[in-house]
Design a protein around this ligand. Structure first.
Ligand code: GLN
Length: 545
């Protein structure tokens, strides 16, 4: 069938869960036998989110092909299993960069470059190139309708919708019905205004997904339908869910997928199959075990900065029938003192040091690794968390007292350093230490060879793997022998043997550090084996205390 396009916009306020809604709709269409592809258009001026602070924008989601993208792409991948790619996320910054590069090259043959048509055409090209790649292409427009930044995107999707014809494109608008306690009711006015705003951009939404924290009365649905000129059945309540993995089920119950197919005049390709989601939901709500994992990090005051990590821990819990409680611990509180470590980490069933950048909090993370090693608490070091475990072993076991990372400055012996050349496939890749911040990282999927008989080889059930990377520094392989003598085994290396990818301790129930980000590939229906194994170890640990 020809590709149908669904454009998802948001109104009233931000953080409505548009990304999640899009991802859940993708999953529902798959459950009806269709193929889907999801993409996100972001109205900010950064060329990509790679340089944005996780405090402000949440995590950066990295794709196999090495793009640093919006965290919503993580939701898309977790809900649909379709791996996101570089060409699934674009920002205003990137669009302008493309247009300006073309202008400099003289591609526009002397024309005056304008927002309409040049910027809008660039946006339309980004959308149009997805034609034929799936039965449904879902495009989420970041931001809120009414923002100045969104205007070119709205204009582009309006034009695109007109060009491909009404029953080929659907505009779905996500809004909020706020509850006003004094009136004791949900208010529809902001939704009416938001639809009006969208209409003034020439877009008439055909489905409304109404977010609310309580049940929406029939009367209110009728009112919204009437005022917004939308078929009542297509005004869909989207109430807060206990778990994000309930969302496909609850949106289905409210008729979302049925109404989408109805709009396109399509039937399901197969009988609806929601077994996977029902099983996931059941495991989440009826766990047999309960474990607490301390995440010792830096961006701990914004849950979104560790989005994929939190989800991957939940997935590990789903696989083990366990509820995973995450205790965020600010690493810098351990920097100058050891007392707090005991009070913060005593009693947790696992310690995870996630990815991170910069020196602040590093000493605290090293101490957390030491605590885990000495007290035999399961330890999972991810990227920076591996690097800090290396420094801990070097300083406290291998006698390299001043072991440090190039990231922290000139001083000390650099066990973690900048590599400027490595091999990917049969190609050599180079980076320079003087390049722009955006261009100096090892990004995307790289293969690794695991040592036969190692714990990680057993966990993966394989000795060759591929995982996603996002880091600037590497553990220096020249220290391998010295660290292995101290019990710190290099059980995974890049296929050419130059870059350490995984280290593990054999004298410990579960102590694994990885240079890559396994959390990016974990899905509720296909949990990452390392997270499954880590949570299993945490459950074992919980039986000891
Ligand atoms: N800051 C470290 C590096 O650049 C680790 C990065 C990370 O944890 N993603 O190598």
């Amino acid at each position: 069938m020809s590709t149908r396009f669904i454009f998802i916009t948001g109104g009233v306020v931000s953080s409505l869960g548009k990304g999640l809604g899009s991802a859940a709709l993708g999953a529902l269409l798959q459950a009806r036998g269709y193929t889907v592809r999801l993409c996100k258009l972001d109205p900010y001026l950064n060329v990509d989110p790679g340089t944005m602070s996780p405090f402000q924008h949440g995590e950066v989601f990295v794709t196999d092909d090495g793009a640093e993208t919006d965290l919503d792409l993580g939701h898309y991948e977790r809900f649909t299993g379709v791996p996101a790619t570089k060409s699934d996320n674009i920002t205003t910054g990137r669009i302008y960069l493309n247009v300006l590069n073309k202008e400099r090259r003289g591609d526009y043959l002397g024309a005056t470059i304008q927002v309409i048509p040049h910027i809008t055409n660039e946006i339309k090209d980004f959308i149009a190139e997805k034609e034929g790649s799936a039965d449904f292409v879902l495009c989420e427009i970041g931001g809120t309708v009414g923002d100045i930044e969104s205007l070119p995107f709205l204009e582009a999707i309006r034009q695109f919708g007109n060009e491909i014809g009404t029953r080929q494109a659907l505009f779905l608008h996500v809004t909020l019905l706020p509850y006003i306690p004094a009136a004791g009711e949900l208010k529809t006015k902001p939704t009416q205004h938001s639809v009006k705003e969208l209409m003034s951009a020439g877009i008439r939404p055909k489905i409304l997904l109404c977010r609310a924290d309580r049940e929406i009365e029939e009367d209110e649905i009728r009112k919204i339908g009437l005022f917004c000129n939308i078929d009542e059945k297509k005004v869909i309540p989207a109430l807060d869910a206990k778990s994000i993995y309930d969302v496909p089920l609850t949106y289905h119950e409210e008729g979302l997928d049925t109404q989408v197919l109805d709009y396109f005049d399509l039937e399901g390709k197969q009988e609806l199959d929601l077994t996977t989601w029902k099983n996931i939901s059941k495991r989440i709500h009826q766990p047999e075990h309960d474990v607490t994992i301390a995440v010792v990090g830096k961006y701990t005051n914004l849950a979104d900065s560790y989005k994929s990590l939190n989800e991957a821990l939940t997935h590990g819990g789903i696989a083990n029938n366990a509820k995973v409680n995450i205790k965020f611990v600010e690493a810098s509180i351990f920097d100058n003192s050891t007392d707090e470590i005991v009070s913060e980490l005593e009693g947790v069933n696992g310690i995870l040091v996630p990815g991170g950048f910069g020196e602040r909090g590093a000493e605290g993370k090293i101490k957390a690794a030491q605590f885990a090693r000495e007290k035999k608490v399961p330890y999972f070091g991810i990227c920076f968390g591996l690097q800090m475990a290396v420094l801990e072993a070097a300083r406290n076991l291998a006698g390299i007292k001043d072991a440090s990372s190039t990231e922290f400055g000139e001083e000390g012996t650099h066990l973690i350093g900048l590599m400027t050349e490595w091999v990917k496939g049969n190609k050599s890749e180079k980076r320079s230490s003087t390049e722009d911040l955006g261009g100096t990282m090892r990004l995307g999927a790289y293969p690794a060879s695991l040592e036969k008989g190692s714990k990680v080889a057993e966990i993966y059930g394989s000795t060759s793997i591929s995982e996603r990377h996002r880091h600037r520094y590497e553990v220096n392989v020249n220290y391998k022998d010295q660290l292995e003598e101290a019990g710190f085994f290099f059980s995974g290396l890049s296929p050419d043997g130059k870059l350490p990818e995984i280290c593990e301790r054999r004298d410990h129930p579960w102590f694994i550090g990885v240079q890559y980000h396994p959390e990016l590939k974990s899905k509720p229906f296909d949990p990452h084996p390392l997270f499954v194994s880590f949570i299993k170890a945490a459950i074992e640990q919980s039986k000891l205390v």
